[in-house]
Design a protein around this ligand. Structure first.
Ligand code: SF4
Length: 360
């Protein structure tokens, strides 16, 4: 039998460790409420615990139930999500809450198939909620569990290849103990976050050391490799900060797909050259103004700044301009002038929110 297929018997080692060293203080560990647990799982997708924590509290206060989230305007949901990134999650969460209310009587659906039909709910998220909220024996395979099992089973290669994915799910299901999936799932998540970290795992203090195939192999225990973050491609943008005589600021709703999807942002003049070429900048600004029917006058160009996304970094500068216009007040328009106070209530990308907060 291949090493990876052997039963490793991890639960009996993990659960005592979890009792003594688990992160029991996390607020989503204090509840078995299906809505609160689902919300935590969604917030934690691609996000570290310390980043998600303040959002969890604020989000629960703003939308304490499925019904509250389902009936909220999308802008209010995006505003609470502002700064957390991966905004498709917020739109999916809003739609999922509406489905739960309309189709499932205001409860997280109790079967894997129905749970996975909700937007933004994959197999691991569905399993985590079903195990914790309803006590079902469901195995998870989030990023932390995936890394622990990959190493413990001594796998090699790309962890998300279909072959390894199948193996990992098989191992996850075999290792998840009947009647204790909730605790085991929390335990393996904590082990991955606290000891079996992506870089420099703390094998000497790990309860799985005796069963771990990678523990004795320094090269193996650094696997799977994380993507090389320094190799992110760069993109460029000039963001137009245009204000009218009353101090209102021109904002544009981003398309749902792509970066900052669905959020309100400064209009972007996407052209690398205009960051350095002022005559080209004037032409681009003029073209843009004509296209959207505004009168714009450049005032100054701010310094180049960088914002890092998961797959690329954005280098951008803010082009300050005065705006003369009576129009762009149609509430249905994706291009709209906003009073500053009202703008700050919208779902905004974090660099844009910081910028607007500094304006008078
Ligand atoms: S022994 Fe090391 S590599 Fe293996 S699970 Fe523990 S921390 Fe991870």
């Amino acid at each position: 039998m291949a090493l990876a297929e052997e039963r490793l018997g991890l639960a009996q080692l993990l659960l005592p460790w979890y009792r003594d060293h688990g992160r029991h203080e996390l607020p989503w560990r204090q509840t078995r409420d299906d809505y609160a647990l689902w919300l935590a799982e969604v917030l934690l997708q691609q996000t570290q615990v310390r980043t998600a924590l303040p959002y969890y509290g604020r989000f629960l206060s703003a939308f304490p139930s499925w019904q509250d989230l389902a009936s909220a305007p999308l802008d209010a949901v995006l505003a609470q999500w502002s700064g957390l990134g991966y905004y498709a999650r917020a739109r999916n969460a809003h739609r999922a809450a509406q489905m739960v209310v309309q189709e499932h009587g205001g409860r997280f659906p109790p079967t894997m198939a129905a749970a996975m039909a909700l937007p933004g709910v994959g197999r691991s998220t569905a399993a985590a909620v079903l195990a914790s909220a309803y006590g079902q024996d469901q195995a998870i395979l989030d990023a932390n569990a995936r890394r622990v099992l990959f190493r413990a089973a001594g796998l090699i290669g790309e962890p998300r290849s279909s072959t390894n994915d199948r193996k990992l799910w098989r191992i996850a299901e075999a290792e998840t103990p009947a009647g204790a999936a909730h605790d085991y799932n929390q335990a393996i998540q904590d082990l991955g976050a606290v000891l079996c970290r992506a870089a420099r795992p703390d094998c000497p203090n790990c309860p799985l050391q005796s069963r771990c195939r990678a523990a004795a192999l320094p090269k193996r225990r650094e696997l799977p490799r994380e993507g090389d973050r320094s190799a992110r491609p760069r993109r460029y943008a000039t963001l137009l900060l245009a204000r009218d005589d009353g101090g209102r600021v021109l904002l544009q709703r981003r398309p749902e797909r792509g970066i900052w999807g669905g959020l309100w942002s400064l209009p972007s003049l996407d052209d690398e050259q205009i960051l350095v070429d002022s005559s080209l900048r004037a032409q681009v600004l003029e073209r843009y103004a004509a296209a959207v029917g505004l009168v714009l006058h450049e005032q100054s160009l701010g310094p180049v700044q960088r914002h890092t996304f998961s797959h690329f970094s954005l280098e951008y500068a803010v082009l300050h301009a005065s705006l003369r216009v009576q129009a762009v007040a149609d509430k249905g328009s994706p291009l709209l002038c906003w009073d500053l106070a009202a703008a700050l209530q919208l779902g905004l990308p974090s660099p844009i929110r910081r910028l607007l907060e500094q304006l008078d």
